[in-house]
Write a protein that binds this ligand. Structure first.
Ligand SMILES: CC(C)(COP(=O)(O)OP(=O)(O)OC[C@H]1O[C@@H](n2cnc3c(N)ncnc32)[C@H](O)[C@@H]1OP(=O)(O)O)[C@@H](O)C(=O)NCCC(=O)NCCS
Length: 228
């Protein structure tokens, strides 16, 4: 079942997002990274992880705060002294994530996934634009990635943003021996790529209207003429 996100926002991924990120990965990939690897990755200076999220209902948060106050005062306070704090429900629902590694002059998208019930709402595109923005900010010349040859959604998404197929790694995925397709962008600062990005961002803006989560950030990205 599809559920429309009421509000979608973006920010760097934090350690307390990991449980929700793993939920999304479980829905998306046959094999997922262990929690400890994500913990390490979030400290990796050559990596960048971003999430799309929906802030949860303020009423739910208010109820939670009232509940916590009661707990602090009551028997719960005593129990907490001995057993520690119970896990807190999250204030935000993570809708998707994207992860990038930086190499010399080249960024590599290591993961991109959207919560199943929020797919086909434009969130994957937002995350991809964020990854391109992060790569540009980090002075990278191009962005590469690989995807499972059977993933038509991924291929269509990447082609929409100018990625071109540059090779195949036969039987790259050990779980089912599937081939990986390698793709790369044109040079990020080329007029060709800038124009494509400007067009895609304008389309995204039209789709999201006043709720566009990248509002205010898209201007430098969408710049049609490269500097100099
Ligand atoms: C790939 C994925 C991230 C796309 O996220 P999404 O939020 O559903 O994508 P969007 O709604 O932003 O769609 C953007 C474009 O992607 C393509 N696309 C997305 N889902 C598609 C599908 N089911 N079939 C065909 N094309 C699809 C289309 O080109 C679409 O553009 P359009 O709306 O103009 O047709 C999502 O399907 C997913 O998480 N898949 C599992 C994980 C995965 O395969 N990751 C990529 C490989 S590492």
């Amino acid at each position: 079942m599809r559920v429309a996100a009421r509000r979608c926002r973006i920010r760097p991924m934090r350690e307390d997002d990991i449980p929700q990120v793993l939920e999304i990965e479980r829905q998306s990939f046959p094999r997922i990274w262990p929690q400890t690897l994500y913990q390490r990755e979030l400290k990796n200076k050559m990596a960048r992880y971003l999430v799309a999220y929906e802030p949860l209902d303020e009423d739910a948060c208010a109820e939670k705060t009232a509940g916590e106050a009661w707990l602090r005062r009551g028997v719960g306070g005593l129990l907490r002294r001995f057993f520690g704090s119970p896990p807190q429900p999250p204030h935000e629902r993570i809708l998707g994530l994207v992860g990038l590694w930086y190499a010399i002059g080249e960024a590599h998208i290591v993961t991109i996934a959207v919560r199943q019930e929020h797919r086909r709402q434009g969130i994957g595109e937002l995350l991809l634009v964020l990854a391109l923005e992060a790569a540009l900010e980090a002075g990278q010349n191009e962005v590469t990635l690989e995807y499972r040859i059977s993933s038509h959604a991924a291929r269509s998404l990447y082609e929409k943003y100018g990625f071109r197929r540059v090779g195949v790694r036969p039987r790259y995925y050990s779980d089912n021996q599937e081939d990986a397709v390698l793709m790369t962008t044109p040079p990020l600062r080329s007029p060709e790529f800038r124009q494509l990005l400007a067009q895609r961002i304008a389309d995204q803006r039209a789709r999201w209207g006043d709720d566009y989560p990248l509002a205010g950030r898209e201007a430098p990205l969408a710049e049609a003429t490269p500097p100099g």
